[in-house]
Write a protein that binds this ligand. Structure first.
Ligand code: NCD
Length: 304
């Protein structure tokens, strides 16, 4: 891996992505072969926002490589509550670990933190910014289920605040994909993201209705409305509950449609979808372990 830190999907070339996904597939085929690979290595967990999948799958990944975690734990029990700066916290914690995963509510915080650390730092989500390791497991899942080239993907829900969307959309520009963005007008892609996608020559279309595009999609990537990022509760209430799908909605889709979601879901995918052939979101979440094992293995390689 030519990168020291993983901060944004924008830094990842097609070759970088393929290196991680190919390695993840090797690991998934024979995980036991990697059980002692990073024995004694410690991954520092700095989660300043709630997390289930990202934190637990990173923990599982380092442990399945023979290592362990050191966890800051909930913010309310850390020195952040005493007024410690993020820069001081990361400077201290890098001395306790061989790599760090950080999630923080401020966009740009992961990039800023790299200025204070020498160990690899992985961005586990910075506000509404980026979530590049989620993107790698999303790409792995897409590759397994639909293939990454000649792909028609619909990305639906909160495109404004959804960091998984911003990262995924950018990473997909490395492949031959048609990206369809489906959202209420108030939650369309931020101008900066749309600009970046155009700069990369991406083919994108924006829609307010799923129906008009659903039959042509290979993948439908549904996202949660990011309630915690709305400056105004009323604005959230206006859009909450829009853009839900259920098994009946999917009758208009191709039989091969892969339905994904980074999870957690609230009400945007009804539970009757779970039993359909389309549902791929739990498999997607499980892919977080081999993909994060691959990424950690590549980043820690030189430190063995
Ligand atoms: C996502 C996140 O934190 O951005 N969760 C995850 O890591 N799988 C999506 C979300 O919270 O909606």
């Amino acid at each position: 891996m030519r990168h020291e830190h993983i901060i944004s999907a924008k830094q990842l070339s097609r070759a970088d992505i393929e290196e991680v996904l190919d390695h993840a597939a090797e690991i998934a085929a024979d995980p036991a072969a990697y059980a002692d690979r990073h024995a004694g290595k410690l991954l520092g967990l700095l989660f300043f926002e709630p997390s289930t999948r990202t934190k637990m799958s990173f923990s599982a990944a380092i442990k399945r490589l023979g290592g362990d975690v050191v966890d800051m734990g909930p913010v309310e029990y850390s020195s952040v509550k005493k007024g410690e700066s993020l820069a001081d916290t990361v400077r201290v914690v890098e001395g306790y670990a061989d790599a760090l995963v950080m999630r923080h509510p401020s966009e740009g915080s992961a990039q800023m933190a790299t200025e204070f650390v020498d160990v690899p730092l992985l961005n586990g989500g910075d506000g509404a910014g980026q979530h590049p390791t989620q993107t790698l497991l999303d790409l792995y899942t897409i590759r397994e289920n639909a293939g990454l080239d000649d792909l028609s993907i619909g990305i639906m829900g909160d495109l404004k605040y959804g960091r998984t969307v911003h990262s995924l959309a950018h990473a997909l520009t490395n492949f031959d994909t048609h990206q369809h963005f489906i959202s209420p007008e108030s939650l369309q892609l931020p101008r900066s993201v749309r600009y970046d996608l155009h700069e990369e020559g991406a083919t994108i279309r924006e829609h307010t209705e799923l129906e008009e595009i659903l039959p042509s999609l290979d993948v439908l990537y549904v996202t949660r409305i990011q309630e915690e990022r709305f400056p105004d509760e009323n604005e959230y209430r206006e859009v909450a509950g829009e853009y839900q799908i259920d098994a009946a909605t999917l009758e208009a889709a191709s039989d091969d449609l892969t339905v994904m979601h980074p999870l957690p879901r609230v009400d945007e995918i009804a539970h009757d979808v779970d039993a359909t052939e389309h549902a791929t979101f739990f498999e997607q979440a499980h892919n977080g372990v081999p993909v994060r094992m691959a990424l950690l293995d590549l980043l820690l390689e030189g430190t063995r």
